[in-house]
Design a protein around this ligand. Structure first.
Ligand SMILES: C[S@@+](CC[C@H](N)C(=O)[O-])C[C@H]1O[C@@H](n2cnc3c(N)ncnc32)[C@H](O)[C@@H]1O
Length: 382
């Protein structure tokens, strides 16, 4: 087991959610900037983090950080890093990169220099001319920011949003980690009624059910670092078996999803089945204008069509009017609406949003409008 400095990445706006998740997992004392949370850990923590983080993108090992204004500096400083402590002689070495506000502005050149320096170091240390690159993948990222190079190793492999349950999706599904963040930001809990009236492929509700059931989101997938000898296989086995034992199967959930498109409802059912939460969510084909909810307390989390990719103002207006009509007098309902359409608050006139959070759905800037309802009386938690 080795001490490491880890960087958990996320999309902009979700850093506080990631920090809260990390605290729940027992980590403290964070630093970092936009889209990055840094902290001390050990290599044995890497399995747990990959398995459990819901709102994050990736778990990276911080390998080095140094100033570099020319390729000679980048090469020399990369070649002195003890890569042989991480990589193995048949490692498949992939280098990805990004350059922001730096004299070294060519991403491809930075990637190529870093790869050459890693190979030179490994050839010397493993005493071989040939590195076949036929083994497990080690992806290094070189991130140049204001003439500082940050080198990291990606322990996750595919992004953490890929839980492994999603098959069918509609035109504009949101990523699983964003959906989980929306639920975590809503403070919904398993005793309360939850509705997504435009559920698409069901992502928000599936993530909610997984949170309620305490299911580790990464349990059904693999991670790049599972094949790295530097992390004890036992650490992966222990983390997986602890995650399996942590699942809470008792108790019924009250989660309902609707969509106007029957194909999306089928997708949702398929995805929920793959995620192992099909018994927890009722999905039904329904136009929001025909939806009526009798309950006085509950939570809505949804992302309506944006008006950019799907639908136009003409199509969106009736949806907004339906939301307004249904919930204008239901002061016991909290609404959490993710949309790129800044006109949404003009239509939902119950009150001004209590909170508005700027987030990103992929490359699209969106707002998360949060309208808090009254809490239900203690006996009537719905
Ligand atoms: C942006 S997508 C939701 C994506 C979803 N969160 C997911 O992760 O897949 C919006 C959804 O609203 C649905 N929709 C559009 N108009 C509707 C209406 N009048 N009533 C119910 N659903 C509607 C669309 O079929 C689409 O699936």
């Amino acid at each position: 087991m080795k001490k490491v400095r880890l960087i958990v990445t996320s999309s902009f706006g979700l850093e506080a959610v990631v920090k809260r998740e990390l605290e729940d997992l027992g980590f403290h004392e964070f630093s970092g900037a936009d889209g990055r949370v840094e902290f001390d850990a050990t290599t044995d923590d890497i399995p747990k983090l990959n398995l459990w983080l819901r709102s994050a993108d990736r778990v990276l090992i911080k390998v080095a950080e140094f100033g570099a204004t020319d390729f000679g500096q980048l090469f020399d400083q990369t070649a002195v890093i003890p890569w042989e402590e991480w990589l193995i002689p048949d490692a498949k070495i992939t280098v990805v990169g990004k350059c922001v506000k730096s004299q070294l502005a060519s991403v491809r050149s930075c990637q190529s220099i870093v790869k050459k320096a890693i190979i030179k170091r490994l050839q010397e240390k493993f005493n071989t001319e040939t590195l076949p690159e036929t083994g497990p993948e080690f992806t290094t990222q070189v991130a140049m920011l204001k003439d500082t190079a940050l080198l990291t190793l990606d322990t996750s492999g595919s992004g953490l949003h890929k839980r492994g349950y999603r098959g069918g999706v509609g035109e504009a599904p949101i990523r699983e980690n964003l959906a989980a963040a929306l639920v975590l930001l809503s403070f919904w809990n398993k005793d309360r009624l939850l509705v997504d009236p435009m559920c698409g492929s069901g992502t928000i509700l599936i993530e909610a059910a997984m949170i309620a059931r305490n299911m580790a989101p990464g349990l059904k997938r693999e991670f790049a670092a599972e094949y790295w000898p530097v992390i004890d296989k036992k650490a992966w086995d222990d983390a997986r078996s602890a995650a399996r034992k942590a699942v809470i199967s008792e108790g019924a959930l009250k989660i309902f999803g609707y969509d106007i498109d029957p194909e999306r409802v089928k997708d949702s059912q398929f995805n929920a089945r793959r995620a192992g939460v099909e018994k927890d969510i009722v999905f039904e084909t329904k136009d929001i204008k025909d939806l009526w909810i009798n309950d006085q307390y509950g939570i809505v989390i949804c992302n309506p069509p944006y008006g950019m990719k799907l639908g136009s103002l003409k199509e969106l207006t009736p949806i907004y009017v339906s939301i307004h009509n249904m919930f204008k007098k239901k002061t016991g309902w909290s609404l959490f609406i993710l949309t790129a359409d800044k006109r949404f608050p003009d239509f939902f006139k119950r009150a001004k949003p209590d909170k508005m959070r700027k987030l990103f759905n992929g490359m699209i800037e969106v707002n998360y409008y949060q309208y808090y309802g009254e809490r239900p009386p203690k006996m009537e938690l719905s």
